[in-house]
Design a binder for this molecule. Structure first.
Ligand SMILES: Cc1cc2nc3c(=O)[nH]c(=O)nc-3n(C[C@H](O)[C@H](O)[C@H](O)COP(=O)(O)O)c2cc1C
Length: 136
């Protein structure tokens, strides 16, 4: 299946993992870049709150045509147990009918978001193929 790896990374961990996966499988890769870069206070206080509420923080247009891929591998840093709000913009922009493999990257290797991520992906008419917690 033609696969595109999409990731957001604030401090580099998810970028390193995404680039490793893409290189290993020769997948194309696109970085989701926020319309702003949160500093420590914004990330820890507002970001954690927004992540828990599944709020979407805006991203710049992706440097890839998602519609050209059948499968999307989405990698998200975990903030307060949930995907970073920028990744919620990626999910909100999913075209219908895509197969999504989701990887949650955190310090602990534990998240509490599988059900909510799956519901958000299904709401876009897409299928969650797999969900994996990765310890950075
Ligand atoms: C605001 C914020 C909240 C975080 N919350 C969690 C958390 O709930 N659980 C966890 O294991 N790691 C948490 N982390 C750690 C990140 O998930 C981890 O460092 C991740 O690898 C960051 O990815 P990045 O370097 O690609 O930005 C948090 C980090 C930040 C900045």
């Amino acid at each position: 299946m033609k696969t595109l790896v999409i990731f957001y990374s604030l401090t580099g961990n998810t970028k390193r993992i995404a680039e490793g996966l893409a290189a290993k499988e020769s997948y194309d890769i696109a970085e989701a870049v926020g319309t702003f870069r949160p500093g420590p206070f914004k990330a820890l206080v507002l970001g954690s709150f927004a992540a828990r509420g599944l709020k979407a923080w805006a991203i710049k247009p992706l440097d890839a045509d998602i519609s050209a891929y059948e499968r999307l591998m989405v990698l998200a840093p975990i903030w307060a147990g949930f995907p970073v709000p920028f990744i919620n913009s990626v999910i909100a922009g999913l075209p219908e009918g895509k197969t999504v493999s989701f990887k949650a990257v955190s310090a602990s290797g534990k998240s509490s978001c599988k059900e909510r991520v799956e519901a958000a992906i299904k709401a876009k008419g897409c299928t969650l193929e797999s969900f994996e917690d990765i310890k950075a």
